[in-house]
Design a protein around this ligand. Structure first.
Ligand code: C2E
Ligand code: CA
Ligand code: CA
Length: 340
């Protein structure tokens, strides 16, 4: 019934929205005798539904086998942040005009003693739900700015792009904290780029606009991440002090084979330029895509063809090698090697 009720498009201030829901359910008393247990199990079922892209999942004990692992990972992640056990990777973004790396997107990795390398993909939702996203982001920004500052003294002045969740962006302390970190590491605000998604700004539009304006007044750059995958209205986006759009890799990966994807990529480049924004394509996996994007006037490129997210110690040799020889580094499978 809930699914059916949500099925018709929903109209909000002249916008037509398609809303869908992943529903989890648990039964009393089979799955629990008290509200806490039932809610926890409903949650497990709902996450299983989201993960498997199903409309509805009924709780079963089998699903719960994942849950203790998740719970223990949350507390381990908390410790890992505190003990500096995460590490950062920097994925280069090439400027189309100058053909030089002008920015890097910062990603964190967690080398777990038992589970191996864990990527943000599986952790961000967990971190958001457990209140860990704020300290995590703070850790990421602190360390990225420290690295930026160290590279700057060596003559490499890169823009650092950091992914920011809605919760973090809308946190009342966030702007002041970032201001403090920029000053502490002596990094010009223009060299910090906050990557936010359309959905995160739609969450509380007025507050988002207020916060983004404060950042923009400082000089911090704002990128709309995963552009094209959300449902924000263009007239609202136009009001935001955004400096760049990032085309999601889901459109870029197959743009040479899939006409629809190509249309979206081209339209986004034109739209961005008409709004006075830079456009960056993510998911550039081969030379043909790179060439096509270049022809279309895309301003920045990022993807495995240029390089993987690199450890800081691998970034510098790759950068100088690539810059001096006009070549891209050769990326071996798994570990990254620079092509010196
Ligand atoms: P995103 O920001 O859209 O990042 C793109 C993801 O695609 C990254 O995965 C990246 O490693 C991968 N990627 C980059 N180039 C290519 C390519 O050429 N081909 C393919 N197939 N993939 C490519 P990652 O690092 O696992 O991050 C996944 C998502 O997690 C990110 O998507 C971002 O939304 C989120 N995320 C990552 N780090 C953070 C963070 O510190 N805070 C927050 N709030 N979210 C984060
Ligand atoms: Ca991003
Ligand atoms: Ca993306």
């Amino acid at each position: 019934k809930i699914q059916k009720a949500l099925a018709p498009p929903y109209t909000l201030e002249n916008l037509t929205l398609d809303v869908s829901a992943s529903v989890g359910a648990a039964l009393f008393p089979q799955h629990g005798n008290d509200a806490d247990t039932l809610l926890q199990r409903v949650d497990v079922a709902m996450y299983a539904a989201k993960q498997d892209k199903k409309d509805f999942v009924l709780y079963s004990e089998k699903l719960d086998q994942q849950s203790p692992r998740r719970l223990s990972l949350v507390s381990e992640l908390r410790e890992a942040i505190k003990n500096d056990e995460l590490s950062l990777r920097y994925q280069p973004i090439i400027n189309n005009l100058t053909q030089v790396v002008s920015e890097a997107e910062v990603r964190w990795r967690w080398e777990h003693k038992i589970h191996g390398t864990l990527n943000p993909d599986e952790f961000i939702p967990l971190a958001e739900r457990s209140g860990l996203i704020y300290p995590l982001t703070q850790w990421v920004i602190t360390n990225a700015l420290r690295q930026q500052s160290a590279w700057r003294t060596l003559g490499l002045d890169l823009g650092m792009a950091v992914n920011i969740s809605a919760q973090t962006l809308l946190d009342p302390e966030f702007v002041d904290q970032v201001t403090g970190l920029l000053a502490a590491h002596d990094v010009p605000p223009q060299q910090l780029i906050l990557e936010i998604t359309e959905s995160s700004i739609m969450f509380d539009q007025e507050l988002a606009l207020h916060i983004l304006t404060r950042f923009s007044d400082m000089g911090v750059r704002i990128a709309i991440d995963d552009f094209g995958t959300g449902y924000s209205s263009l007239s609202y986006l136009r009001k935001l002090p955004v400096t760049q759009l990032k085309i999601d890799k889901s459109f870029v990966l197959d743009m040479l084979e899939n006409e629809n994807d190509a249309v979206i990529v081209n339209a986004t480049i034109d739209l961005g330029h008409n709004l006075g924004l830079k456009v960056i394509a993510e998911g550039v996996e081969n030379e043909d895509i790179l060439k096509r994007l270049r022809q279309r006037g895309c301003d920045g490129m990022q993807g495995y063809h240029i390089n993987y997210p690199l450890r800081s110690e691998d970034f510098l040799p790759w950068f100088y090698n690539a810059a001096h020889l006009g070549q891209r580094a050769v990326a071996a499978k798994g570990e990254i090697r620079s092509s010196i």
